[in-house]
Ligand binder design. Sequence first.
Ligand SMILES: *[C@@H]1O[C@H](CO)[C@@H](O)[C@H](O)[C@H]1NC(C)=O
Ligand SMILES: *[C@@H]1O[C@H](CO)[C@@H](O)[C@H](O)[C@H]1NC(C)=O
Ligand SMILES: *[C@@H]1O[C@H](CO)[C@@H](O)[C@H](O)[C@H]1NC(C)=O
Ligand SMILES: *[C@@H]1O[C@H](CO)[C@@H](O)[C@H](O)[C@H]1NC(C)=O
Ligand SMILES: *[C@@H]1O[C@H](CO)[C@@H](O)[C@H](O)[C@H]1NC(C)=O
Ligand SMILES: *[C@@H]1O[C@H](CO)[C@@H](O)[C@H](O)[C@H]1NC(C)=O
Ligand SMILES: *[C@@H]1O[C@H](CO)[C@@H](O)[C@H](O)[C@H]1NC(C)=O
Ligand SMILES: *[C@@H]1O[C@H](CO)[C@@H](O)[C@H](O)[C@H]1NC(C)=O
Ligand SMILES: *[C@@H]1O[C@H](CO)[C@@H](O)[C@H](O)[C@H]1NC(C)=O
Ligand SMILES: *[C@@H]1O[C@H](CO)[C@@H](O)[C@H](O)[C@H]1NC(C)=O
Length: 710
Amino acid sequence: MHQHLHRVSLVIVISIICGVLRATNGDYLIGVGSFDVTGPAAGVKMMGYANMDQSTAGIHFRIRARTFVVAESSQGPRFAFVNLDAGMASQLVTIKVLEKLKSRFGDLYTEENVAISGIDTHAGPGGYLQYLVYSITSLGFVHQSFDAIVNAIELSIVQAHNNLKPGSIFINKGVENARINRSPSAYLLNPAEERARYPNNVDTQMTLLKFFDGASKKSIGAFSWYATHGTSMSRNNKLISGDNKGAAARFFEDWFTSNTNSSSTPVTNSSNRSNISTLVEKAKAIKATGGKPCGNLTSQGFKVRKNNGSLFVGAFCQSNVGDVTPNVLGAFCIDGGKPCDFNRSSCHGNDQLCMGRGPGYPDEILSTQIIGGRQYQKAVDLFISATEELTGKIDYRHVYLNFTDIEVELDGNNVVKTCPAALGPGFAAGTTDGPGAFGFQQGDTKIYKLWRKLRDLLKEPTHYQVQCQKPKTVLLDTGEMFVPYASAPAILPIQMLRLGKLIILSVPGEFTTMAGRRLREAVKETLISNGNGEFNNNTEVIIAGLTNTYSQYVATFEEFEQQRYEAASTLYGPHTLSAYIQEFKKLAETMAKGEKIMKGPSPPDLFKAQLSLLPDPFGDSPPPGTNFGDMKQDIIVPKNGTFTKGDKASATFWSANPRYDLLTEGTFAVVAVLQGQHWTPVYDDDDDFSLFFKWKADDSYLYSMATIEW
Ligand SMILES: *[C@@H]1O[C@H](CO)[C@@H](O)[C@H](O)[C@H]1NC(C)=O
Ligand SMILES: *[C@@H]1O[C@H](CO)[C@@H](O)[C@H](O)[C@H]1NC(C)=O
Ligand SMILES: *[C@@H]1O[C@H](CO)[C@@H](O)[C@H](O)[C@H]1NC(C)=O
Ligand SMILES: *[C@@H]1O[C@H](CO)[C@@H](O)[C@H](O)[C@H]1NC(C)=O
Ligand SMILES: *[C@@H]1O[C@H](CO)[C@@H](O)[C@H](O)[C@H]1NC(C)=O
Ligand SMILES: *[C@@H]1O[C@H](CO)[C@@H](O)[C@H](O)[C@H]1NC(C)=O
Ligand SMILES: *[C@@H]1O[C@H](CO)[C@@H](O)[C@H](O)[C@H]1NC(C)=O
Ligand SMILES: *[C@@H]1O[C@H](CO)[C@@H](O)[C@H](O)[C@H]1NC(C)=O
Ligand SMILES: *[C@@H]1O[C@H](CO)[C@@H](O)[C@H](O)[C@H]1NC(C)=O
Ligand SMILES: *[C@@H]1O[C@H](CO)[C@@H](O)[C@H](O)[C@H]1NC(C)=O
C-alpha cells in the first residue's frame, strides 16, 4: 500500500516536471470486451412493463454486454464492470456467470470484484430472473433468454480479460438534460433545506471514464454513468432494443470508429446513408435450423460485425434512476391533453389515461434516438475534453445482507427495522412511462375487498408485516410468499468498487434521485473521516444502478409517505434506504481503513426450482411450394424503383422462427446495394438504427414471416 502511494506521488512529480501526461506508461492494466446478448426475438414476453401483450416480434438493434476490466498489475487487485443491455441484473445470472468465471480463472473474478449492471431497457426478452414475481409475466423462466445473457456476460469478461494491456484512464464529468422527475410530488416531501441544496429534482451529472491503450496511444473505450430510465420505447413496442442507453452506445461506438478511420461513415444520423437512389434490396430473412439458411452471409462477403479489427467499447451505464424519466415533455391525459393529476398521475381517477411523452412524441423510435443522442453527444464532449488522469488504488468491498430484518440505528439511538419484502397498490398503478392495468392509482393506500381477498388467497400478510410496512398497504406480500419458490429476494448484495478517486456503489435496485444523493454523501463522508487523508472532497462517488441482482426501488423515508410507484415498490419498508446507508457506511469504513468485511449469507440458487410455461417455437418449414427467403410481399419495393430521402422500403419473406437460432453476433437481415456487379451491405439488424427486422406468424399460426423495413 505504501509502496504504491510513493509510486503515485513520484509519477505526479514527473508529470509536473515534464509537463505532459504519461499516456504511454500507464498506471493500470485495462481491457475491454463486448458480446451480443440478444435473446429470443419472437414470442417471448419483454421485461420491464409487466405487459402480458408485449412479446418480442423482431429486432430494432441488437443488444450487448460491454465490459471493462482494470487491474493494478497482473497479480494486483482488479475488478470487472459489466454494462448489460437488459432490464436489470439477475441474481441467478450473476451466480451462473461467477461459476463459469471460476472454472476459467479460479479466484481471479468473484462476487466481490465483478459488477453486472443492467441499463434498464424495457425492450429485452424476459424470463431470466429467479424470483417468481419477476417471471410471472414472462410465463416463467425462459432458458433461451437466460443462456444468452449468461453467455454474453461471460464472453465479454473473457474478452476484456484477454485484452488486458497497460494503459491509462481519464475521468470527466458534465451536465446533461435527458430526463425529468416522474414523481415530483414525492420529491417535494423531502425536507425543504435538503432540496434547497440542489438546483434540480433530478441528478444532471454524467461521469465518464476514458480508457487509453498505453502502447498504441489509442482509446479503447469509454464508460459513462447517468440516470435516466430506459422507457423511451413504450409498453407497446415489440422490437428488441437497447432503448436510449443502448442507442447511445451504438452512436458512440460508430462515432469513434468513423472518426478514427475516415474510410467508414457515421451512422448516428442515417439520413446521409439512405441516399441510395436505386435501391435494390437483397435482404434475407434467415432460416436457422433444419435446413440451410437462405445464404451464408460470410461467404457472400457480408460483414457480420463491423470493426472487429480494433475493438472500441462505448457503454452507457445506469445510475440512481428511480424517479427519473426520459419522457421529458411531461405526462398528459390522452383524453384531452391536459396535464395529469399532480399527486397521483392519473386523469379523472384513471391511471391508464395519463402517459408521459418523449421528445419525439408520438414517435418512440425518434424519442429513443433523441434521448440516446443527447447522452451520446455529452459523452463525446466529455471524451474529447477529458484531461484528468486517474491514479491510485484499485479496491473493492462486497457483502450480502438479509434485508428481511436489518436493525437500523437512526439518530438519537432510535432503532428501527426493515421488513420482509412487500408491494403496495401504487406498484400496480405503474407509472406515467407505463401505467398498470388493475385500476389502482399511484399514492393509493386503500385496497378494496375483492383485492384483499385475492391477496389473502396468495398470502395473508402477518400482523407484524402490516405494521412494519406502514404507511404502505400490503397488496402483495412477496417477502412471505415461498410457493412454488421465493417471490422476492431477501438476500441482497451491496458492493463498492474503487478506481483511484472514483468510487462506484453497486446497488441492486433503482434508487430515487434523493435516495441516491443521501447514499453518495454518506459514503463520501465516511471515506473522508476514516481515510487518513486518502480521500477528500475530490473523491467522486457514483451509483451503478440495477447491479448484481434486482430488488425494485428505493425511495427516501419521506417519499415513502406518499406511496407513489417508487415508494410502493420499495420492498423492505420505510427504512429501506436508511438500512442501505448504514450498511454501505460499513463498507466505506472498512475500505478506508484497509480492513476486511464479513461475507454475509449467500443468496439461494433457485435454478432447479424454475418453472417454464413458454411453448416451443413453431414454423420450422415454409408453406408448401415456397422456400425460406421467398418474398411474401414485394409491393413496396418495385424493381428498379427509385426512392428519395425519408421514404421507407419494406419487404416480407417466409422465414423460420428466430427462436431456432439467435444468430448471436450475426444478423437476421441485411440490406445490400448493387454497385456494378457487387452487392455491398449497407444495413443490418445488428446496429443500424434505420433498419427494422420484424417477425410475425401468418394467419394460420403455422408459418413465420419476416419483414424488413429500412
Ligand atoms: C481503416 O481503414 C483502412 C483503409 O480503408 C482499412 O483497411 C481498415 O480496416 C480500417 N480499420 C478499421 C478499424 O475500420
Ligand atoms: C439528421 O440529419 C438531418 C440533416 O443532416 C437533420 O435534418 C435531421 O434532423 C437529423 N435527424 C435527427 C433525428 O437528428
Ligand atoms: C452528411 O455528410 C456530409 C458530407 O460528408 C457531412 O458534412 C454531414 O455532417 C453529414 N450529416 C450528417 C447528419 O451526418
Ligand atoms: C444523392 O446521391 C446522388 C448520386 O450520388 C447525388 O447526385 C445527390 O446529390 C445525392 N443527394 C443528396 C440529397 O445528398
Ligand atoms: C460461411 O462461409 C464461410 C466462408 O466461405 C465459411 O468459412 C463458413 O464456414 C460458412 N458458414 C456456414 C454456416 O456455412
Ligand atoms: C474480423 O474477424 C475475422 C474473423 O476472426 C477476421 O477474419 C477478419 O480479418 C477480421 N477483420 C478485421 C478488419 O480485422
Ligand atoms: C398534493 O398532495 C399534497 C399533500 O397531500 C397537498 O398538500 C397538495 O395540495 C396536493 N397537490 C395537488 C396539486 O393536488
Ligand atoms: C432472512 O432472514 C429471515 C428473518 O430472520 C429468515 O427467516 C430468512 O430465512 C432469511 N432468508 C434467507 C434466504 O436466509
Ligand atoms: C469540501 O467542499 C465543501 C463544499 O464545497 C466545503 O464546504 C468544505 O470545506 C470542503 N472540505 C474540504 C476538506 O476541503
Ligand atoms: C432494371 O434496370 C436494368 C438496368 O438499367 C434493366 O436491364 C432492367 O431491364 C430493369 N428491370 C426492370 C424490371 O425494369
